[in-house]
Ligand binder design. Structure first.
Ligand SMILES: C[S@@+](CC[C@H](N)C(=O)[O-])C[C@H]1O[C@@H](n2cnc3c(N)ncnc32)[C@H](O)[C@@H]1O
Length: 224
């Protein structure tokens, strides 16, 4: 039986190795750097989840596992190994399973569960199963309609008052999807504490039920 301290040390070492040397295999040169959350932003994500005391997290978009290791580090640090990390990635096979292998090698097989399907199919199923989490991290498809659908389901999967963290809000498609939730469903931008490309949102508590005629037209920042 591995102790919490040993597990935590293993996860930190895996993060360091991945950030320094990259994955064993990548789809093409430079792909890891292109798709992965940089290590400093991973630290911000970890610290947000630690200060949240998060025990259960949904992550959408695994790739080589950089953000997943940061989330797992937070869960191990706060949950003494009892955390739950549900990871959705439809195309992990395209990454030669590198993300999943790095998590398994770090001893995270009991905390992390990989759901190898498109998020637009998995998230409604989790909702129907009654899953509730403390926080979510979204970094999968950047098509507007996919991000928008993911956020619709996460609005209900993340507990009222919980946290949704988005990557890549400099993409108009991602920022526009997020803007709907700010303007119509009272998601509030939460300070991240230090400079980061991540955008954390605090969900309202209680969850609002807007009237059908209260719709606020939305667009990316400055385009509303
Ligand atoms: C930008 S990468 C994620 C990078 C990762 N968060 C990191 O920092 O290491 C996007 C990932 O989303 C996955 N993906 C894309 N569209 C998806 C969808 N509709 N459902 C589930 N996963 C999807 C891809 O397979 C890929 O692994």
């Amino acid at each position: 039986m591995v102790s919490q301290a040993e597990l935590l040390a293993g996860v930190r070492a895996a993060r360091e190795r991945l950030a320094g040397a990259g994955p064993d295999r990548s789809r093409r040169p430079g792909d890891f750097e292109r798709v992965s959350l940089p290590s400093a932003d991973g630290d911000v994500l970890r610290d947000l989840l630690v200060s949240e005391g998060a025990r259960a997290v949904i992550e959408v978009g695994l790739a080589y596992g950089a953000s997943a290791l940061a989330i797992a580090e937070a869960l191990v640090a706060t949950g003494a190994g009892r955390g739950r990390h549900l990871i959705v990635d439809a195309y992990q096979g395209d990454f030669a399973d590198e993300g999943w292998k790095v998590l398994a090698k770090a001893g995270l097989g009991t905390i992390c569960t990989l759901l190898r399907e498109r998020s637009e199919l998995v998230l409604p199923r989790l909702l129907a199963e009654g899953v509730v989490v403390d926080a979510a991290f979204v970094d999968a498809s950047h098509l507007f309609h996919n991000v928008f659908r993911d956020l619709c389901y996460l609005h209900e999967l993340v507990r009222p008052g919980g946290l949704v963290v988005l990557d890549d809000c400099d993409w108009p498609s991602v920022a526009t999807a997020a803007r709907y939730f700010e303007l119509n469903l009272s998601w509030h931008r939460e300070p991240a504490g230090r400079p980061t490309r991540l955008r954390p949102y605090r969900l309202p508590d209680p969850r609002p039920e807007p009237a059908f005629d209260s719709f606020v037209p939305f667009g990316a920042d400055g385009a509303t």
